[in-house]
Design a protein. Sequence first.
Length: 339
Amino acid sequence: MASSPGHAPASPIHSEVDFGAPGKHTGYLRLPHSAHRSAYGWLPIPIASVRNGEGPAVLVMAGNHGDEYEGQILVSRLIRALTPEMVQGQVILLPMANYPAAQAGLRTSPLDGGNLNRSFPGDARGTPTQVIADYIERSLLTRVSLAIDLHSGGSSLQYHGATLFAQAAQDAAAKARLFDAVHAFGLPHTFINEVPNPVGLLAAARRQGVLALLTELGGASMVDTVALRDAWQGLLHLLGHLGVVRGPLVPAAAPHTTRLLRVDRERHYVYAREDGIFEPLVQLGDRVVAGQPAALLHTPHSLEREPVIARFPASGLVICKRVPALTQRGDCLFQLADD
């Protein structure tokens, strides 16, 4: 059936899980995908719903970027751990949101090059990544009051432990709710984004009137066990604090007293201005000052050329650094934050 004028087209995704049904249900979001190897195939995006009675509804997702592994472990673990008796309300669990990217271990989808966290609000008639973004924003975020998107640094970046990002609240009541959730999660560092990226999950949640939290948990193509431990404790404590999960699974306390920080998009990033081999001169967690050398970029093909020095444009705490040594002009080398 054709969509009515002024109305968005219906999503082609079919959910095997009935989100309105009580109990625990697992299955797939079926995204039709016709390819050479399978003319009438569909992409199997894993999803679960645990619902019991009246209460808050929460979306917990990972695999927004496919090379970020901590979140995929956490959501999968939560699917196994939760039973309906533990839940008051509903928890929707999406462990591999951009399934093609997660299956390939890539930040972006091998099918269309799509970066899911740069694709909202999406397009029900678009590429696979755009269709997934549209479904998350229009079909999942509209069912919940809180969305938790579990990211890490992926293949190119490493974060300083477990970090939480949140969108700035637009009124006093929302601000109180936001900071209540941030402290209940209790990761070591929390950044408040004044203006979320308009094509990211945080902005999608804001458009739907949903509180959203986004983590950065380690990275470097590995699994950071300390960040994983902190995030598991914090996630369960937050869900318990909200009353949506109950029982012995909920820890008595948050893992940390969070430190509130801010990131200035203009001053807190260091970028490579030359191609070269990246030699960092500081470590994660270091305090640096404006003008301090951040890295050397070596150019072995230029036999007598001295390495290019990259400097910090501002003072702050080093909370993220590049992982691969081979670097091109425009690559992010470091991210800072301050109180």
